[in-house]
Structures are given as C-alpha cells and as structure tokens.
Write a protein that binds this ligand. Sequence first.
Ligand SMILES: Nc1ncnc2c1ncn2[C@@H]1O[C@H](COP(=O)(O)OP(=O)(O)OP(=O)(O)O)[C@@H](O)[C@H]1O
Length: 336
Amino acid sequence: MRLIESQGLTKIYKREGRWFSSSANEAMPAVDRVSLHVEKGETLGLVGESGSGKSTLARLLLGLEKATEGRLLFRGEDMTRWGFRRLRNIRGRMQMVFQNSYSSFDPLFTVEKIVGEPLSNYGNITARERRRIVLESLDMVGLGAAYAGRYPHELSGGQLQRVNIARALVLQPELLVCDEPFSSLDFKLRRQILTLLEELKRRLGLSYLFITHDLSAVSRFCDRVAVMYRGQIVETLPGARIAEETLHPYTRSLLDAVPVQDPRLRRSKTGRPPGEPALLRGDNIIRGCRFCSRCPAAMPVCYTVEPALERKRPSHQAACHLYAHEAEGKPNLPNC
Ligand SMILES: Nc1ncnc2c1ncn2[C@@H]1O[C@H](COP(=O)(O)OP(=O)(O)OP(=O)(O)O)[C@@H](O)[C@H]1O
C-alpha cells in the first residue's frame, strides 16, 4: 500500500530583482514535477548532489512547505483537499529526523523536554503520561531514564542523534524522514545509528524516506532508491542493486565519485561527478535532459527533448534517452 505519494509536485522559489537577471523575477524549480511514493514498511533512499532538491521535496511531503503545483496523497487520499485539523493529525504521523543534532536543540532544554516537545504541540496529556511516553521513547533508542535530565552539551554526537530519533518517535509516526541522519558522525557511529533505525523499523513497522549522500548506506539499508538531479527524479531502482544495475549516467557518476568502504563502488579523484550543473533560469530552462551538459554519453536528442522517467526493467525506472528503445535496458549507443 502506498503510504505517501506525490504527483507532479513542483516547488518554485521566486528570486526578486537580481542585477544580472534578464527579468526582475527569476523563478527556479527546486522540485520539478516529481511523482514518487513510499510504500508502507518501505525504506526509500533519496540521493543526489547538494542542491538537487532532496530536502525541499522532503519538506513538501511533510507539509512543512506549500507546493507551487502538484498533488500529495496519503493512503491514496488527496491531502490537498483536507482541512487544517485533519492535516495536522496526519502531520503527526510523519516526522523528520534532522541532519545536525546539536543545532536543532535548544541548549537550555533537558532531554526530557526536547523529546516531549511534539506531545505538547499535538495533544492534551497529563505530565505523568507525557513522562511515560518520553521514557519509553528514550528506551527504544537505547538511552535509559538517566538521560532524561541531561542537557544537549552533556551528550555525545551519537547520543544527540538518538535523542533526535526519540523525539521523532513520541507521536508514533508511520513515516520517518531522515535527512542526512549521520552527516556529523564518524563511521562507527553511523553503523550504530543505521542498526538502530533497522531495529526500529522491524519493531514499529516504520517506513523511511532516507536522504543521504552515503551511497554505501543506500545499498545496505534502502529497499529502493530514487536519484534526484536538478529538481527531478532521474532514476529509481532497488537499493541493493544500485552499484551493479544503475542505468543513468548521472547515478553512475555519483557512484564513481563516492569515497567508499564498499569495494564494489569505485573511487574518483575529484570526489564529485565531473562538470557543472546546467544553469536553470526562469523561462530559459533547458529543453532537453538536465544532465546533458555533463553527460559523457549525450546524444543530439538529449539537448532538445526531455527524457521521461520510464520503466526500463521490472522495479527500475530511468529518465534517459540512451535506453529509449531497449526494453531490457541495454544502451542505445550507436547514435552517441
Ligand atoms: N527557502 C528557500 N528559498 C530559496 N531557494 C531555496 C530555498 N530552499 C532551497 N532553495 C534552493 O532550492 C534548491 C534545492 O535545495 P535543497 O536544499 O532542497 O537541496 P538538497 O538536495 O537538499 O541539498 P543538500 O544536500 O545540500 O541539503 C537549491 O538551489 C536551493 O538553493
């Protein structure tokens, strides 16, 4: 069952009167016609370079930002038609685990107050009940009751991230959106947090939208992965097979650029895909593929026709002209 689904979701941020702009109002789609879903119990990875629109898409899915266009469905129902109260209830079912734990906490709040904060926003419960839920939540992330009275500066990076997860759990969510959940953690702590998230998924039947730059975590942890480039989803495929089966040249370049523990993933000298993203400006959005200016396999058609995200293999979609005429996803190289 589809827990949450976006259909043609678009977010345009207006930029007012930049001196080098050809028009006073420059519009740039941070998220551009994205149709994506998360199944109940699924972990969907979302990867892409910095600025590709991952966090904006997550905020749109959680209702933290308003979409410029498109529809959002929860369990198949169109949320755009819902009233305030119903939307508010559903938002409690979808929680975010933020990237930088320390700066996302008020340094003057105890762990108990931090973890219990969402309960104050969403319902009327007694102090006793609130404490019970907070301690249960702390226990689920491996922190005992002794941590409840501590302050953020008394905790390590790994403990702060556990507090972050405990806070996201108090409203008994169905979907957790983890935005770079271990960007500030070392390798050992990453493994611990990943193991904790896996355990919680099993125990609580959670679904995850897992935003990360860590492609080795994607292959281990994600059932499916969606690759984002310049506001669009360019490929979706099973997470465990990303290294072997990716079709899109952009995903391949991300894999080549990754600094890895996983020996299947190749290391590049630059640490990022080659080239620069093509400029997107207001009405001058390039007509063809967004990746064509950086793509080593670009063909003439790539500069003029935007490739649609299409099924290339079972459970595998890609938006790339290379595979336009090949049912089994073999590249259509002769025209390159
Ligand atoms: N509030 C905002 N106002 C204007 N532009 C914004 C805003 N938020 C994001 N953007 C722009 O939208 C684009 C996508 O940003 P976003 O943060 O979603 O990317 P990202 O893939 O999550 O990046 P990162 O991996 O660095 O977090 C960027 O060009 C960014 O500058």
